[in-house]
Design a protein around this ligand. Sequence first.
Ligand code: DAH
Length: 342
Amino acid sequence: MTPLDEVRSAWASLAPTLNAADESTLVELRSRFVGKKGEIPGLMRHLGSLPPEEKPAYGSAVQALRQEVEGTLDRLQVELRSRALAQRLESERLDLSLDGDGADAGTLHPLLALRDEILDLFTGMGFDVADAPEIDTEWFNFSALNVPDDHPARDMQDTFFLSREPGQEAVVLRTHTSNYQIHALRDRKPPFRLLHCGQVYRCDADATHAPMFCQVEGLVLDRGITFANLKATLFTMVRALYGPQAVLRFRPSFFPFTEPSAEMDVDCRSVGLDRDGWMEIGGCGMVHPKVLENGGLDASEFQGFAFGFGLDRMAMLRHGIKEIALLTNGDMRFLRQFRGLA
Ligand code: DAH
């Protein structure tokens, strides 16, 4: 057997084991056969001792063996790496289609779940949902809503002022979502039905008041709108949220931006709470002509109703929650009770 035949058969004898070779075996084989001091380069040393006429054939035979060995080793290495990658992808697989109802699955906060339900309900009644700033000028928050500078109504809502320089428009954390009414009147053309939901801020804290809470504001403007439209809309909302047995009452009240004005109370027992009495959920009324004018509208042509209620209060009624602060202080023991709301 010639040295070339020896190397050839050594390589051939490895063939059955090659498919199972691991990365380090492939490195060893590469260095053994085609490395600088490997067996195939070693064969070229015999070239000098061959008769000239045999040299070309010998050279190309060695070269062919070299190409076969290198080609095979290259292919095996690529296969090995792609198999390793596939295995890794399989073992690290993340099933995004899992339905997420495991013990630690996230869930909607009760306020967000209720907000979504209310938005759904009102969009079903033809309302559009829109946004408004939480930081606003005193004019949008008070003056344009017909609250005069020195009117005691401004004290009804203890305001966080962000800037109050003499000669400049004061900037406040809005005390109610009613600032939205003025933005809506200025940005849109009636007729419209609009709903806005967002945070409001007041310097106030006890079991049923929090310094930051969430309100839902509605504004409907058209020709020929009456208080009956307002009542029908809000009865529909309360019954949809709490069931047909829910009792809602309208109590005459005062807001500078509506005339007449009313407050809305829900009978606690009628919505399943274990206590007597009424819980106030918000205010409402027919939009005051001055507000329409401040919004740039002709008050003799358009009428409208507006309402604003506290989402936190609605959630407290819904779930029998006694402390408003529980809704925002992030206590997991409290929040875990609302798993699966959405
Ligand atoms: N903005 C009032 C408040 O926060 C609630 C309110 C009353 C909103 C009457 C209205 C309304 O839209 O018409 O106390």
